[in-house]
Design a protein around this ligand. Structure first.
Ligand SMILES: [Zn+2]
Length: 67
């Protein structure tokens, strides 16, 4: 049944990744550059308003994100 670690995630977990999480955190570098932060894995996101996190695949909701 379990062929690799990616397939061991539960259906519930898979669904939660597809349900957008609100992006609310930002991280500011010393130079003043501000990056949005993934609400699941907390890496800085490369582009604003990208639909999914590059690293963890979490769907992102940008409606609460503002400057
Ligand atoms: Zn992420």
């Amino acid at each position: 049944m379990r062929r690799n670690s990616k397939e061991s995630i539960t259906a519930e977990t898979a669904l939660s990744y597809r349900t957008p999480l609100a992006v609310t955190e930002t991280f500011t570098y010393k130079g003043g550059y501000e990056f949005a932060v993934c609400p699941r894995c907390h890496i800085s996101l490369e582009r604003e308003y990208q639909a999914f996190c590059d690293r963890c695949g979490q769907a992102l909701d940008w409606r609460k994100y503002g400057r």
